[in-house]
Ligand binder design. Structure first.
Ligand SMILES: NC(=O)C1=CN([C@@H]2O[C@H](COP(=O)(O)OP(=O)(O)OC[C@H]3O[C@@H](n4cnc5c(N)ncnc54)[C@H](OP(=O)(O)O)[C@@H]3O)[C@@H](O)[C@H]2O)C=CC1
Ligand SMILES: CC(=O)C(=O)O
Ligand SMILES: [Mg+2]
Length: 420
């Protein structure tokens, strides 16, 4: 698939197939499954009245008993207001439902976590916060999804402060974790260091701001980072910045995306489709790293990028190119680890543990079943393998256990970690 036209054809074919996949043989992607016997009169008297009253009494006396007698401990809410769905923008709560069902599929398939997808009509952040707060008792964790900046920051922080279960905005931290892991591996291959790298981040929303913060925590120099939004470079002279953008503003004379890209070592796109030109890539430093992560259409297609440079390492958010830098590599396992030790939150130590687990796994030999799943003969840490493949079964043990151990060590776990 070497030219943009053949890609447009492939996308049209995938779109048709996706509609059939979602509609047939019955609408939607998930269903509820019953875990206990329901065959006899006795079964029903245990599942429902009168038997069900006893677990009710136990939970009334001790709320922690809900983890023993209900599905709470393995149930996550994937909740959106539909304000930033993939790179499609504000499509609304209902139109976001296929994506939320998709996240539910990934949680279940990769980490055996049950999910209710919840699409909330909310006119302002407080309505959304109130909704989540009111339904929180049902769940062991809350995964906020596709909520636009800047409201996502306020929503997440208030819910973290108020709730005693993990609240995690996937588009912020899930994305930042995978970007960091892939970037550290790519830098190693390009012979560069995060501490010295000049970084351009296009998109200063949920994913962009969280990624910049995590990269600074991991050693990137804040003076080397140019964030760019629709108005251009986010610099300290701008008067239109919200506090979150102001917090990452650069003291610089550069004003446009093209200015920012001059001599950059790293480009991270978490913005929208087709926003980078070949000329901008050509202006980057030798051996650049280009993460064009907007979904479903990246900021620049790999086949177009390769027409101007052959020294780059490139990643997208999609399954149909090498190097899929996508939060699917994080959220199932991060929640698995957090739920396994009943963590009260997903803190920075847990997030950094996930970065290193993902980074380290990329350096290990790839199992035959992964090669088979991707139709590959061989795969090893290199320009086309900077991050594990989403279908790698080792992710579950490696990432989840690293996160669970970090939760215990940082004091937010409520039960000990027991490996399987
Ligand atoms: N691969 C992955 O795992 C993930 C990818 N993403 C992708 O990242 C993108 C952003 O998601 P998210 O952060 O949640 O969304 P937000 O709505 O929170 O932020 C979007 C940001 O992109 C900027 N932007 C949008 N269009 C343009 C443009 N034409 N020129 C310059 N800047 C632009 C916006 O600028 P302004 O502030 O001026 O409006 C804003 O800063 C989406 O495409 C999404 O698919 C997100 C999460 C995970
Ligand atoms: C992958 C994802 O969460 C997004 O593009 O929004
Ligand atoms: Mg998302």
């Amino acid at each position: 698939m070497s030219n943009p036209e053949s890609h447009a054809y492939a996308d049209a074919e995938v779109n048709d197939a996706a509609l059939r996949y979602h509609a047939e043989p019955s609408p939607g992607k998930t269903a509820i499954q019953i875990k206990k016997p329901t065959r006899t009169q006795r079964d029903l008297s245990l599942a429902y009245t009168p038997g069900v009253a006893e677990p009710v009494r136990r939970i009334e006396q001790d709320p922690d008993a809900a983890y023993r007698y209900t599905n709470k401990g393995n149930l996550v809410a994937v909740i959106t207001d539909g304000s930033a769905v993939l790179g499609l923008g504000k499509v609304g709560a209902l139109a976001g439902k296929p994506v939320m069902e998709g996240k539910a599929v990934l949680f279940k398939h990769f980490a055996d976590i049950d999910v209710f997808d919840i699409e909330v009509y909310a006119r302002h952040p407080q309505e959304f916060i109130d909704t989540v707060r009111r339904i929180a008792p049902t769940f062991g964790g809350i995964n906020l999804e596709d909520i636009a900046a800047p409201h996502c920051f306020e929503i997440e922080q208030i819910l973290i402060d108020e709730l005693d279960i993990p609240v995690f905005h996937d588009d912020q931290h899930g994305t930042a974790i995978i970007i960091a892991a892939g970037l550290l591996n790519a830098l190693e291959l390009q012979g560069k260091r995060l501490e010295d790298a000049r970084i351009v981040v296009l998109g200063a929303g949920a994913a962009g701001i969280a990624s910049i913060r995590l990269l600074i925590t991991l050693g990137a120099h804040r003076n080397n980072i140019f964030a760019v939004d629709r108005q251009g470079v986010i610099h300290t002279g701008r008067r239109d910045l919200n506090p979150f953008k102001f917090g990452i503003a650069a003291d610089t004379e550069r004003r446009t995306l093209a200015d920012a890209m001059q001599d950059a070592d790293i480009f991270i796109g978490v913005s929208g489709p087709d926003l980078i030109s070949p000329e901008m890539l050509a202006a980057m430093a030798p051996r650049p790293i280009v993460f064009a992560l907007s979904n479903p259409v990246p900021e620049i297609r790999p086949e177009l990028a390769r027409t101007v440079r052959d020294d780059l390492i490139m990643a997208t958010g999609r399954s149909d190119y090498p190097n899929q830098v996508n939060n699917v590599l994080g959220f199932p396992y991060i929640f698995r680890g957090a739920l396994d030790v009943r963590a009260s939150r997903i803190n920075e130590d847990m997030q950094i543990a996930a970065v290193h687990a993902l980074r380290d796994l990329t350096h290990e030999p790839v199992p035959a079943e992964v090669l088979e799943a991707y139709g590959l003969e061989q795969l090893a840490h290199g320009p086309d393998y900077i991050i594990p493949k989403p279908l790698d079964p080792r992710l579950r043990e490696r990432v989840s256990s690293a996160v669970a151990r970090a939760a215990v060590e940082s004091g937010v776990a409520r039960i000990p970690y027991q490996p399987d």
